[in-house]
Write a protein that binds this ligand. Structure first.
Ligand SMILES: Nc1nc2c(c(=O)[nH]1)N[C@H]1C(S)=C(S)[C@@H](COP(=O)(O)O)O[C@H]1N2
Ligand SMILES: [Mo]
Length: 407
């Protein structure tokens, strides 16, 4: 999980550009903004390190298992196949159904896919794109990444699937203990073909230009671009092609809606906890862009326990960052990502299944206790948390924080 400081660092630069853009009328706000030119020195220093992408080590880490596989010693991880030299991926028919696979990639037969095989495929077939990793049950994203891999279907086709297949089941390494296995699944059709405008499901080996760390699922994890994190299984070691017609996700057993695409929703990144009368109130945040798209972000500031209707004010949606950050730093995104032109410019912004940043300057308030909220409006005009307000299909409750104006 990025700390608040990390997120502030990541967003100060964007914010500063916005507040400077607001011009003279907003000068009070600029003087107040933590991103303004008169920053305290420690913050000014942080402004030099701003990042849009989240470094691998600063992702919120969701790794189950006793012990969690990334905490194993390097030798134990090597033995477990969590190393390029020892990683093997099986693609086999589900023995419990009549699924037919002509060329199973199996450890038993010595035909499992190796890292070398995957890298050879990658020379021709590598794909990368931006994607936000978010846990279905958590409001704040785990992190924002540029993920590179080989389309899952390219490896499935190597196994020569023949007939009677409706589901793709897959799981990661979990201490050879069936009770610990974290499983997910996809309809076979989704693995073979991408819905309009969506990139392929990946067998992913790079994040932000670097090989995946053990915590991020290295050497190889699945990335499902439109889904919450539970579909993106780490340390993937087995793919089972099944004629079952139902999913078998571990997350389904925990009362989650496993068919839900990422929702559109907003979160605060920075806001003052206290302000003075006469001072404008600068706030910044992120918006997760789900399948429903993003039209607007709005904020509201109202006295606590107020009974009047909430008044929403449009925030400013910020454009693409000039510096991507994380392991990429100042350069253009590597690997010719989908959604970018040959010169490295995004074809549109914000991009689906990523983050956008926003900022707003709220007018000065008289002394008192206030509630500050933010929300998104999706491309169809639905205000968060509609049209899907139920948390077990993704946490998108409207975030409310407190601000005190001191007399
Ligand atoms: N093998 C395995 N893969 C896993 C998990 C896990 O516990 N084991 N957690 C999943 C869940 S619920 C989430 S939200 C994401 C988080 O990815 P991250 O740790 O890279 O942030 O990983 C997913 N992949
Ligand atoms: Mo999750």
């Amino acid at each position: 999980m990025p700390t608040t400081d990390d997120l502030l660092q990541q967003h100060d630069q964007l914010t500063r550009r916005y507040f400077v853009g607001l011009g003279a009328a907003a000068m009070t706000g600029i003087a107040l903004s933590r991103a303004a030119a008169d920053l305290p020195p420690e913050l000014a220093e942080a402004v030099g390190k701003l990042e849009y992408l989240t470094p691998d080590a600063r992702f919120k880490n969701v790794s189950r298992g006793t012990p969690p596989p990334p905490t194993l010693s390097p030798e134990a991880r090597r033995e477990a196949g969590m190393h390029p030299d020892t990683w093997r991926l099986e693609v086999i028919a589900d023995p419990e159904t009549d699924a037919q696979v002509e060329n199973p990639l199996s450890k038993e037969l010595g035909t499992a896919l190796t890292w070398t095989d995957l890298m050879r495929l990658a020379e021709e077939r590598a794909v990368c794109y931006l994607h936000v990793m978010t846990c279905l049950n958590v409001g704040d994203p785990c992190g924002m990444g540029l993920w590179e891999g080989v389309p899952l279907r390219d490896v499935i086709w190597l196994a020569k699937p023949k007939a009677n297949i409706r589901q793709v089941f897959y799981n990661g390494f979990h201490n050879h203990d069936p009770a610990q296995i974290f499983r997910s699944s996809l309809p076979f059709s989704r693995a073979l073909e991408d819905p309009p405008g969506q990139p392929p499901v990946l067998l992913c080996y790079r994040l932000n230009g670097e090989y995946l760390s053990p915590n991020r699922g290295g050497p190889v994890r699945v990335i499902v671009p439109d889904a919450y994190g539970f579909k993106s299984v780490k340390w993937v070691e087995r793919i089972v092609l099944s004629n079952a017609y139902q999913a078998n996700d571990t997350y389904a057993e925990w009362n989650n809606d496993i068919d839900t695409p990422l929702k559109t929703h907003a979160r605060f990144l920075s806001h003052p906890e206290t302000a003075r009368p006469g001072q404008a109130i600068p706030v910044t945040g992120l918006a997760q862009v789900g399948g429903a798209g993003l039209a607007r972000v709005q904020v509201s500031l109202r006295p606590k326990e107020s009974t009047t209707d909430v008044e929403w004010i449009d925030a400013e949606l910020l454009g693409p960052p000039t510096r991507w950050g994380a392991e990429i730093g100042d350069g253009p995104l590597p690997g010719s990502p989908l959604g970018f032109d040959a010169s490295g410019q995004p074809l549109d912004w914000p991009q689906p299944f990523t983050l956008a940043h926003w900022a707003a300057l709220l007018p000065p308030q008289p002394p008192g206790e206030y509630e500050l909220s933010c929300r998104t409006l999706d491309a169809a005009g639905h205000a968060q948390p509609m049209p899907r307000p139920f948390p077990k299909s993704g946490n998108n409750t409207v975030q409310v924080v407190e601000v005190r104006v001191e007399g």
